[in-house]
Ligand binder design. Structure first.
Ligand SMILES: [Zn+2]
Length: 267
């Protein structure tokens, strides 16, 4: 359901945040008609397993991935929609200026371009580097002839060469092994670009090993993300419990229970 919405619409950030809140409330559940405590931020939950998440779809990233797909279609496909967009916007003197009568589709493409270039610049992969890397033999960027083909379609927008080139280079990261645009690859790439980094030292492949029951995997995920209702965490939400280990005189912390208690874990 969220996939259809993300493909058709590009809701404002406020609406995306409200949808994320609703999904998080549903995920963590209710008790006695009130919401249960959310033990981990939604961006830690709704991210790929390879990125230390629970593998739930992130609605905000889904919207970005569909925007990337629209750019790919615009630059590589020829159909009535791409012809209309080229004619209506790319022949303008400054097509990226959101003024006058702008369709929601073009507004979405422009906003994605602005966001992408900003994120690449923050990571030191901005227009300058993409431009310099593009014509190096063996690089992953498009060839000169490929770029010429794109530019030939937009004869009135030569001042936008760099913008298109940055997009072309980046969209190359979203191709599958057969050279086709892959929504799944775009989604994974955009998760890395748009979600805050999560630093963890454990081996995620062991947590999600096929022979380990899913319930245990989720428990281990909560353990590594400090998302269990242990005394120290409960104190943060103003619930005080006895914080002494029931087996020894030490404090009942996460490290103590699972690794350090000499009675529970004598090895
Ligand atoms: Zn102990």
């Amino acid at each position: 359901m969220s996939g259809f919405i993300a493909a058709a619409l590009s809701p404002p950030k406020k609406s995306v945040a409200a949808i994320h809140s609703a999904l998080a409330r549903f995920f963590w559940g209710k008790s006695n008609a009130s919401d249960r405590h959310h033990w981990a931020a939604w961006h830690k939950v709704a991210r790929p397993v390879a990125g230390h998440g629970l593998g739930l779809i992130n609605f905000g990233v889904q919207i970005l991935a569909y925007s990337a797909k629209l750019w790919w279609r615009l630059l590589h496909c020829s159909n009535p929609w791409t012809k209309y967009v080229c004619q209506a916007y790319l022949t303008r003197r400054n097509p990226f200026l959101l003024q006058g009568c702008i369709s929601s589709g073009w507004r979405r493409l422009v906003k994605f371009r602005v966001w992408l270039i900003h994120e690449l610049e923050v990571r030191g992969e901005g227009p300058g580097r993409a431009w310099a890397d593009s014509f190096v033999d063996g690089s992953s960027g498009p060839s000169r002839s490929e770029l010429d083909r794109v530019l030939a379609r937009f004869p009135y927008s030569l001042d936008l060469v760099e913008d298109f080139h940055v997009l072309q280079v980046w969209l190359r990261r979203c191709l599958d092994s057969a050279g086709h645009f892959s929504f799944a690859t775009a989604y994974d790439t955009l998760c890395g670009l748009s979600l805050p980094e999560v630093h963890q030292q454990h081996d995620n492949t062991l947590v999600w090993h096929p022979r380990i029951p899913e319930k245990i995997s989720i428990f281990m995920w909560r353990l590594f993300n400090n998302a269990l209702p242990l005394p120290a965490n409960l104190q943060k939400i103003h619930i005080s419990l006895a914080s002494k280990c029931p087996f020894c005189p030490e404090w009942d912390t996460l490290d103590h229970i699972f690794w350090q208690c000499p009675i529970i874990n004598p090895t």
